[in-house]
Design a protein around this ligand. Structure first.
Ligand code: 15L
Length: 264
């Protein structure tokens, strides 16, 4: 267990992007077992303002922090320049500030879109070659790789979660495979914070019987999912991306190639 043994007080955990969907769930459900510092780019209740593009500001924010849950990023496909600033530079700043401040563990919110070009007919695990479906997916692949560098070279231990679809309920038939229920998501982040490991990559889904991803690595960290999206099978609408046959769904056809952010 990674909680510092000598500490009589609970660890202090920073959450970036804390006002987002996943950040709000984690802040609500983890606050009674650890001290949380919540950071977001935009004003939100309980959050401190932090622009992850500013390394000095991130370093100042991480004073006294034991672990970081790094969620703050664009959460979908966007023009490359926007991805570069928010997801690539922002993630570099988080790892570099963590190194400078002696943070013990970064839990990095990666995404299933690092392997979104795999066919749905193929069951895959965290060791397959990457097949990103977007610049967004590439930025998450960058974060996984950066985490490995910081873990192996500077002992910033890192767990990357390739999150599926963390929502209250699955929204369409694709999500019967990719859904991560809020309570399973909280359990997975908790396991990733506590695991005694230097570096790991896991997928993040509930115990969905239609899931495409091998969860052995997540189980090894202590994750025990309780929910199965199949409970919603009769009520979810068809998946508009099913004909593509790809795990990433519509991400595989979103196209911002050559687009300048200033044109949007
Ligand atoms: C993601 O990585 C996105 O952040 C989220 O908005 C969903 O689109 C999810 O993937 C998904 O694949 O459903």
């Amino acid at each position: 267990m990674l909680w510092p043994r000598r500490m009589s007080t609970p660890p202090t955990v920073a959450i970036t992007g804390a006002a987002g969907l996943i950040g709000s769930i984690l802040s609500r459900d983890l606050h009674d077992e650890m001290r949380l510092r919540l950071f977001d780019l935009r004003p939100a209740a309980g959050c401190e303002l932090l622009d992850l593009r500013d390394l000095a500001a991130v370093e100042a924010a991480f004073a006294g922090i034991d672990s970081v849950i790094h969620l703050g990023a664009l959460s979908t496909e966007a023009p490359f320049e926007a991805i570069l600033e928010s997801n690539i530079r922002g993630t570099y700043n988080v790892f570099e500030a963590a190194r400078r401040r002696g943070v013990r563990r970064v839990v990095f919110a990666s995404s299933n879109h690092v392997t979104g070009m795999y066919p749905r007919s193929q069951r895959i695990g965290p060791d397959v070659p990457l097949r990103p479906d977007t610049y967004y997916g590439v930025s998450k692949a960058f974060g996984e790789s950066l985490g490995r560098l910081y873990a192996e070279k500077w002992n910033v231990s890192t767990v990357c979660i390739r999150i599926g679809s963390m929502l209250e309920k699955p929204a369409d038939k694709r999500q019967l495979a990719t859904w991560l229920s809020p309570r399973d998501g909280v359990a997975l982040f908790r396991a990733c914070l506590r695991a005694d490991v230097g570096y790991a990559i896991v997928y993040g889904v509930s115990a969905n019987r239609r899931a495409w991803w091998d969860m052995t690595a997540a189980h090894a960290l202590g994750y025990r999912p309780l929910d199965d999206a199949e409970a919603y099978a009769a009520e979810v609408p068809d998946d508009p991306s099913e004909h593509l046959g790809l795990q990433g769904g519509v991400y595989s056809i979103s196209d911002f190639a050559g687009e300048d952010q200033s044109r949007r």
